[in-house]
Design a protein around this ligand. Structure first.
Ligand code: GRF
Length: 216
């Protein structure tokens, strides 16, 4: 079976994209990164992709008259690179139902909370304000409602006394960088499959997805 052909959409730093690219540089990884696409010309992640010899594509949302045109250009660019699966990695544009339908069950995202808790922005500030003792990150299939969709994998990290939003974000980011490649690998291996609005994990892979990352 061939590798899953992945396109990664970013808007900025691209550290999760870099983690996926690193993972995919292992010949045994079941997915290959066909292109990295940004909607912003100044996205730092584009440089990283170029340095790695991965096609780095700019589709500037400001150069398009409407969201529909912008998203059509994104899809065209992905198809030009033979992408059949899309990972959102810090892509700061809300994707439309049309785009989500176009990539139905072939579009995943990473979110910095244990969904369904803390959808939306400022997850760390809100988690700290609530005094939660555990937070985490979630890889999920994308649905029309923001930060909702079948959950592929989650990692939990502790909240530690004295944490600031930045210190918590930094701890969590390390877990994100482990979780996103794991989730993509399970999907590419057929061990994580969407079944309605739930992802079924093959019993052989349960131990992997149930890992608890206490990344201090
Ligand atoms: C990450 O925290 C991710 O969970 C969220 O946006 C951030 C992107 O960071 N969706 P990076 O660009 O991958 O470094």
């Amino acid at each position: 079976m061939g590798k899953l052909k992945v396109g990664i959409l970013i808007s900025g730093r691209g550290s999760n994209m870099a983690a996926l690219v690193e993972a995919a540089s292992d010949p045994a990884f079941p997915a290959e990164v066909r292109c990295v696409l940004s909607n912003r010309p100044d996205a730092k992640g584009l440089e990283f992709a170029r340095e790695r010899g991965i096609p780095a594509v700019l589709v500037d949302h400001k150069a398009h008259a409407s969201k529909a045109e912008f998203e059509a250009a994104v899809t065209d660019a992905l198809l030009a690179h033979e992408v059949d699966f899309v990972c959102l990695a810090g892509f700061m544009r809300i994707v439309s139902p049309t785009f989500i339908e176009r990539w139905h069950n072939r579009l995943i995202n990473i979110h910095p909370s244990l969904l369904p808790s803390y959808k939306g922005l400022h997850t760390h500030e809100r988690a700290l304000a609530d005094g939660v003792k555990l937070t985490g990150c979630t890889v999920h299939f994308v649905r029309a409602e923001m930060d909702v969709g079948p959950i592929v994998a989650q990692a939990a990290v502790p909240v530690i006394a004295g944490d600031t939003p930045d210190s918590l974000a930094a701890r969590l980011l390390k877990a994100e960088h482990r979780l996103y490649p794991l989730a993509l690998r399970l999907i590419a291996e057929g061990k994580a499959k969407v079944n309605g609005e739930i992802v079924d994990i093959a019993s052989a892979a349960v131990d992997e997805t149930a890992s608890f990352f206490s990344a201090r």
